[in-house]
Structure formats: C-alpha cells, structure tokens
Design a protein around this ligand. Structure first.
Ligand code: S3P
Length: 448
C-alpha cells in the first residue's frame, strides 16, 4: 500500500453530515433481531464493524434486508425472531476486528441453548476477553477461549471463543473496569436470566443499551451507577430507528476546526448523548469556540441529536480526569492532538484502557506526536497511567504510522492537516473500520 500524503490547508470550512453512530447501530441491530416484529433501521453506517454485526445476525437466522442504499448509509429492515428464535449457525461466526460485535453477541449467545464458535480478525484476536467471559460464566454460560499469560497475575483470555448458553441466573456484578461493552453484554444476557440482573459501574459509561432497551419496552432501570434488568418479557419493536450521526467520527472534524485558525464547520445531526459528549466539554474548557443547536428528539426516538458549530480559536492546556475518560475514550487520540497545539501543559489521567483498544494507542500517540515535535510523556501504569503534553505553536510534518488502527490514522491526518510541511501516513485503509467517507469528507471542506 502506498503511503497516504496529507497536504496541510490554511483553513477548513463547510458543512458535513455523518453516517450513523457505530455503538448505537450495533445495539439497534441486535435488539431488533431479538424483538418479535420488524424494525426499519435508518442511517445505518457502511463501516466494516457494523456490517460484521449484520453478517453475524444473519448467520444466527435473522432475516435482514437492504431497503435503501445511499452514498454513506443504508436502510435495513430487520425481521426480529423473538428472544428464543435464533438458530444455531452452520459455521463459526467471523466478527472481523469489531470488539463491540464480539462482546455484545457473547451476551446474547450466553442465553442460547446451542454452541457457537466466534472467530476474530488479527487485531481483535489480541484484545482481552476475560472481562466479559467472567461475568457470563457466573450467570451460567460455558465459555472456552484461548488463554495466555498476561503478565498481570491471572492468565488473560482471547478469541477465538466457543460459548454454550444455558438457563442463566441473574447476578449482581460490580464492573472492575468502566466498559460499556462489558456492561451491555451482561444486560443482554440479563434478558435471558432468571430473576434480576444488576450491574454496577465504577464510572458511568455510554448508556445506549439502556436507552434502546427502554425503547424496546424491556424492564430496565438505572439508579445512580447501578442498572437493573428484569427478564421474562418479549421485546417490542419501535418500528423505526434513525441512528444519529457518530460523534466519534465528528470528533476528528471538531478538533480539526478548533486547531486551524479561520476555520468554521457545521457538523449536522450528531448524536449528543451526554455519556458521549466528553470531547465537546473538554474542547470548550480548552477555549474552543463551539456552539450546539439541539435538534428534533422525536426523529431519533431514543437519543438526543443536534448540530455542532466549531470555529478555529486559540486553545489552552487542560486537565482531563479519570472520571471523564469513558465519555471520550475513543476521542482521546485526537484530543491529545488538540492538546499538542494548546498553550501550556495538558494532563490526561486514568488512560490505561487505551492500551487495549484496536492497538496500544498510548504507544502510537507517543510515536507519532514526538515525530511531529511534541514534548509528551507517560507516567504510571494500569488504571493510574497518565499522559502529560506540552503544547507547541505548530506541528512539524513527518512520516507517520497508523499501526492499522482507524482512530490513529484519522487523528494523525488531523494533526498533519494543520502541520508545517506535508506528512505521510503508512496505511490508511483501516479507516474503513468506522468511517469509510472520512477522506472525501476532508476534501470537501478544504479550500480549492
Ligand atoms: C464501545 C465501548 C467502548 C469504546 C468502543 C465502543 C461500545 O469500549 O471504546 O469503541 O459500543 O460499547 P469499552 O467498553 O471497551 O470501553
């Protein structure tokens, strides 16, 4: 693959629309499959991860039909099979590199009486799975996974995974890591468990599963940091779900506009769920010029949505606390790019989870931003790991690496687009994992 060359631009202006939010889409597809009637899902993004969920659900016997094909998104019709209607797949489920597909489906499969084998792509095969296997075993599922010493006492578990469901029992589970994927897997298993299932989070994480379950009339309640789900009811489809634009994709353009003087972008119909808005809060604290126009809630059903207006401005250093991390976990690499151009020092606390994303994102941030002339250091380890960044007035163009990680590739394109001199990135094909239209969107907002 030829390296991708990034030419900086003096400013970026215009309007952008975004394909649907990846996290919400996985959940909407899964819950629609478990309901008894048909659901139309609109603004379904064409990315590899969400399509991996569709393929897996089809293999479990769900009828999913493509209704409308647009440039950036699809409309699918999902004929739900009811909670007990899934079929044993004839061959293993391949979930690509989609961690959300794998972890959430494990929750559903824990409640099925058949055995399923799940196989992952090269990046996901290296990501830890004990965090989800452990509570599902406590609920009664039999799970067999590849085991390897982790260097942290207990051996870790990785895909491939074979899971055999059972008559589950409700548990009360204190999540050891703040993870929306693990929480969601337990809640999905909770749909099949006898009695109540309770999940307590150390810090609140994205609540799309809870919101969508309510929409599908599941008996689910949240009190403080605890979510309680009651089984025994069939899911009722809301008939149509419109997926709001992905804030994690829009985040790259928020930072691009914020760090490039004289820029002005309108990012339209973005999901503005408070549990995902950490990027906006932090950029505002840094002095970014951001305005929000709330949209029509009715159109989206379960999630708030609106337009975000961002203009270029002078940014200042910021401290991001451990409690804020889940609300911006996927936006951390691009936020560190913003901090690299802010006046003064920034500190990102409790960032250890970045080591177990598609790749070790702490390693890639250090590698690339140091090459661009930023003074950046990591302190501590595990949950108390933190990064300190001293901002510079201008980044230097450099030869950068994506490490085959979509968010690293897009963050580095943003950094390079405002740098002095051109940059190249070894491989950007990984962007298709979440946002295939990213590069063409960038082209539409640069001056011609
Ligand atoms: C996601 C949760 C987060 C996030 C991932 C999507 C989800 O992962 O990083 O991209 O859809 O629930 P963790 O649950 O591992 O924090």
């Amino acid at each position: 693959m030829k390296p991708f060359v990034v030419r900086p631009a003096p400013h970026f202006r215009g309007e952008l629309l975004f394909p649907g939010d990846k996290s919400i889409t996985h959940r909407a597809a899964i819950l629609s499959s478990l309901a008894k009637d048909t659901t139309i899902i609109k603004n379904f993004p064409k990315n590899k991860d969400c399509l991996a969920t569709i393929e897996a659900l089809k293999k479990l016997g769900v009828k999913i039909t493509l209704k409308i094909k647009k440039k950036e998104s699809y409309t699918f019709s999902v004929s739900g099979k009811g909670l007990a209607g899934l079929n044993k797949p004839v061959s293993p489920l391949f979930v690509g590199d989609s961690g959300t597909t794998l972890r959430l489906l494990l929750g559903v499969l824990a409640g099925q009486e058949f055995k399923t084998r799940l196989i992952a792509g090269g990046l996901l095969a290296k990501r830890p799975m004990l965090r989800v296997n452990s509570p599902l075993r406590m609920m009664g599922a039999t799970i067999c996974a590849r085991r390897r010493a982790s260097g942290q006492g207990q051996p870790e578990e990785y895909p491939p995974i074979t899971i055999k469901g059972a008559r589950l029992k409700g548990i009360t589970y204190n999540l050891p890591v703040a993870s929306a994927q693990v929480k969601s897997a337990i809640l999905l298993a909770g749909l099949y468990a006898a009695g109540k299932t309770r999940v307590k989070e150390p810090v609140r994480t994205r609540d799309h599963t809870e919101r969508l379950m309510k929409l599908f009339k599941v008996g689910i309640k949240t009190k403080g940091n605890t979510i309680v789900i009651e089984s025994g009811r069939e899911l009722v489809s809301p008939k149509t779900i419109f997926i709001p634009g992905d804030i994690s994709s829009a985040a790259f353009f928020m930072v691009l506009a914020a760090i490039t003087p004289h820029s002005a972008l309108r990012l339209k119909k973005i999901g503005l769920n408070p549990s995902r808005c950490g990027i906006i809060k932090v950029l505002k604290r840094m002095g970014a010029d951001i305005r929000i126009k709330a949209g029509n809630l009715r159109a989206v059903v379960a999630e708030p949505m609106g337009d975000v207006f961002v203009k270029g401005s002078k940014l200042k250093g910021v401290t991001v606390t451990r409690e804020e991390i889940p609300s911006l976990i996927d936006e951390l690499p691009v936020l560190v790019v913003a901090a690299s151009l802010a006046e003064g020092t920034s500190e990102f606390q409790g960032i250890g989870e970045l080591r177990v994303k598609e790749t070790d994102r702490i390693k890639s941030i250090l590698f690339n931003l140091r090459k661009m002339g930023v003074d950046i250091t990591v302190y501590g380890a595990g949950p108390s790991e933190k990064i300190i960044v001293c901002g510079v007035p201008r980044l230097k163009g450099a030869h950068l690496m994506s490490f085959a990680d979509h968010r690293t590739a897009m963050s580095m394109i943003v950094a390079a687009a405002s740098a002095k001199g051109s940059s190249s990135i070894d491989d950007v094909s990984c962007i298709d994992k979440s946002f295939p239209g990213f590069i063409s969107a960038l082209e539409t907002i640069r001056p011609h």
